[in-house]
Design a protein around this ligand. Structure first.
Ligand code: PGA
Length: 257
């Protein structure tokens, strides 16, 4: 997971060809701080091998954006944990709101995905977050608490602390509308307290809770300075090596403070 107290994960979503990923990697490798410690790039399946090669010998982690919970079989279009392991994938985002919304990724499936990822040693980055109508009714804690309750159900408490949890309010994703640092910190602290209730304060001490939703160089420092926020899941601003590196530089600076 690296030594940095922050994890800055770029979520490329359905963007970039292999050639474009290589071009990004060549530029980013030349400018990233601390040999890429505490940095992850979460890319489409087709780019994973090229990215692993391009970042070999560095600390940059490479992640997938989905996985199937069955080991193999008749699941056309799906990718198993073993296939990700073979590529040396370090982490895997699951439960992103786009996948929950457009691809019917359910909490029940997420619970199974968490189990297979944890068994394989690939770090899950589990996304949770409320839609706007829930926030407007001020019911976001109950909503996110409910997602976590279902997603973490029955998992070994010693495993739960290995999960990275990303709080992404749906109304802030790709909208340019960021949660205020206080709103983000409140929820990230709440998530921490749920996990601490599940696996104990000591085990939860090293848990990483990220914020995601229109994080960019201009607002990253304020967000990352919040006590409960240990990094970011960055969509739009991770597509250019310059803006992604600016956010990584901010985290590296705060890490040294
Ligand atoms: P955004 O996306 O930074 O473009 O808002 C974040 C995400 O969906 O992970």
């Amino acid at each position: 997971m690296g030594d940095s107290k922050f994890l800055i994960a770029g979520n490329w979503k359905m963007n970039k060809t292999i050639a474009e990923a290589k071009e990004f990697a060549a530029k980013f490798r030349g400018m990233m701080p601390d040999d890429g410690d505490g940095v992850a790039i979460v890319a489409p399946f087709t780019q994973l091998q090229a990215l692993k090669e391009a970042f070999s010998g560095t600390k940059v982690m490479i992640g997938a954006q989905n996985v199937h919970y069955e080991a193999s079989g008749a699941y056309t279009g799906e990718i198993s944990v073993k296939m990700l392991k073979e590529l040396g994938v370090d982490c895997c985002v699951i439960g992103h709101s786009e996948r929950r919304q457009y691809f019917n990724e359910t909490d029940e499936a997420l619970n199974k995905k968490l189990r297979v990822l944890l068994d394989s040693g690939i770090t899950p980055i589990l996304c949770v977050g409320e839609p706007l109508e829930v926030r407007e009714k001020n019911e976001q804690m109950g909503f996110v608490g409910g997602q976590l309750f279902e997603d973490l159900k029955g998992l070994d408490p010693l495993d739960v602390r290995k999960i990275v949890i990303a709080y992404e309010p749906i109304w802030a994703i790709g909208t340019g509308k960021t949660a205020t640092p206080e709103q983000a910190d409140d929820m990230c602290g709440f998530i921490h307290s749920i996990v601490a209730g599940y696996c104990g304060d000591e085990a939860a001490a090293g848990l990483k809770v990220l914020y995601g939703g229109s994080m960019k160089p201009g607002n990253a420092e304020q967000l990352l300075r919040q006590e409960g926020i240990h990094g970011g899941l960055i969509g739009g601003a991770s597509l250019s090596p310059e803006s992604f590196c600016d956010i990584c530089d901010i985290a590296a600076k705060l890490n040294r403070e």
